[in-house]
Every structure is written in structure tokens, then in C-alpha cells.
Ligand binder design. Structure first.
Ligand code: FPP
Length: 247
């Protein structure tokens, strides 16, 4: 029996965000090159997108390439860019078939033209899909995003378009790349490290965090279901008391 049957569909996280970590160590353990780990990682992306869509998750955000990843060896960066493009090209028909729309967040102007343009084509081709929203964080870092938001708000203030006293959380939300996307309810990190690595720092203020030792290429559909089941066992109080939540 698959774990999917143990999930309470009335208490699903609306938005699941994932730090996909451990591709390199997965490859090293098998005496393979790091890029081979990323190739396997793409297979997991496919599997997790499928199961998220099947369960009825509304938003799935995957941390595919961080701002800091630009500092990796050029061969690895090039291999990752090529891999992402090949995967997106290959998967677009299935995304459409499964009613999944693609979007991306991040400083995508830094990406090579061929990669950005191919991703934009897939975003265009899947824009009519109304099921799962798959969001790729590419050349993304939270501090970059927050600095950008501050700059935009400062420009509005300098130009007298806004009153400084009116700036509130929703004004910041509106300037982030995730505007119109609900905050993640659940953040999963694979690969054994217990940190959030500059990912959606503003947005995960009240997210449930789930860490697993499994390397991303080993992370299965059942592992994803297990994370959802764990999420459903938690009491989310948002600063209130248990008694207030039960009422
Ligand atoms: C972290 O593992 C993973 C990445 C930096 C890249 C993840 C990208 C993919 C799985 C490809 C995504 C493709 C699509 C189509 C979205 P790591 O290299 O940091 O592993 P390590 O911590 O073991 O070294």
C-alpha cells in the first residue's frame, strides 16, 4: 500500500517548498561524477512533481540553483544549465498533459540566454494549465530578493508614491518575486543538513520544516508522502495557544 492513502486530503499543505540537496554526495558514494548526481536528481524532480500533482498540492517550489551556485566550477554550472534545459524540453508535453504550469523566481537575467529562453517557452506553453503550479527557484537567493524589494520600496518612497508609515508586511510581500504565491506551509530539505541556505527566508516565517538524511536522488514518492503525513501531525499555532487553535 502506498503512503498516499494515509494522507488527509482535507488538511493538505497548499504550498510545499523543497531544498533539493545531496546530488553530489549521492554521486560520490557511487564513484560517479557530480553531474551524474544531478542527472539522477532530475528523475526525482519528475517523480516529486508527479506525486505532488496527484496528491493535489497547489504550489511546489524547487530550489534548483542558488545565487551562490554560480561560484561552483564552470563545468558543473554549465552541466546544470544544460541539464535543466534538456529536462524542461523533454518534460513540457507531460507537464501540459498533467495540467502543471511552470514559473520561475530568481535573478534569471544572470542565466545564459539559451536556458532562460527555453524556460520562458515552457512557462508560456504551460500558462493555460490550472493544476499544480511548479515554481523553479533559479539563480535565487532570499537576501538578493529582499534587497531588491527594499530598493523598490525606497524608490516609491523617494518619489512620494507611498507614505512611509503605510509600509507594512503586505507592502514587502508585494515586492518579492513570490507575490501572488502563498507562503510555503511546508519546507522539506533533503541531504542531511539542517539549515535553510538563503531560501525563502521571509516566506518561511511560519512554515513547518522537515529535514531528511536521504539524498535528493534517493528521495521517493513515499518519502514525499511521509513528509506530508508528518506535517499533518503538527499543530500550527501561528503564535497563538493550543486552546485558541482548537476553538
Ligand atoms: C544540490 O545538490 C542540488 C543542486 C545544487 C541542483 C539541483 C538541481 C537539480 C536536481 C536539477 C533540477 C532540474 C530541473 C528540471 C528543475 P549538491 O550538488 O549541493 O549536493 P551535495 O550537497 O551532495 O554536494
Amino acid at each position: 500500500m502506498s503512503l498516499i492513502e494515509e494522507i488527509d486530503i482535507n488538511r493538505l499543505p497548499k504550498h510545499v517548498a523543497v531544498i533539493m540537496d545531496g546530488n553530489g554526495r549521492w554521486a560520490k558514494k557511487r564513484n560517479l561524477c557530480r553531474s551524474q548526481g544531478h542527472v539522477e536528481g532530475v528523475n526525482t524532480v519528475r517523480k516529486i512533481t508527479e506525486i505532488a500533482s496527484e496528491i493535489g498540492i497547489s504550489y511546489l517550489t524547487l530550489y534548483a540553483f542558488s545565487t551562490e551556485n554560480w561560484n561552483r566550477p564552470k563545468e558543473e554550472v554549465d552541466a546544470l544549465m544544460n541539464l535543466i534545459v534538456i529536462a524542461i524540453e523533454r518534460e513540457t508535453p507531460d507537464l501540459i498533459k498533467n495540467n502543471v504550469s511552470l514559473s520561475m523566481i530568481g535573478d534569471t537575467n544572470r542565466m545564459p540566454d539559451f536556458a532562460r529562453e527555453r524556460l520562458q517557452k515552457c512557462i508560456q506553453d504551460t500558462s493555460h494549465c490550472t493544476g499544480l503550479k511548479l515554481i523553479l527557484a533559479l539563480s535565487y537567493s532570499s537576501r538578493w530578493e529582499i534587497v531588491n524589494a527594499i530598493k523598490k520600496i525606497a524608490i516609491n518612497a523617494v518619489n512620494n508614491n507611498i507614505d512611509i508609515n503605510s509600509i507594512d508586511e503586505s507592502s514587502v510581500d508585494a515586492m518579492l518575486t513570490t507575490n501572488n504565491i502563498p507562503d510555503p506551509d511546508l519546507l522539506i530539505r533533503t541531504g542531511g543538513d539542517v539549515r535553510v541556505s538563503n531560501f525563502l527566508l521571509w516566506q518561511i516565517a511560519y512554515s513547518e520544516l522537515y529535514f531528511t538524511h536521504k539524498f535528493w536522488p534517493d528521495f521517493s514518492k513515499d518519502d514525499f508522502c511521509e513528509a506530508i503525513i508528518d506535517f499533518q501531525s503538527r499543530e500550527r499555532r501561528f503564535g497563538k495557544t493550543s486552546e485558541q487553535i482548537i476553538i
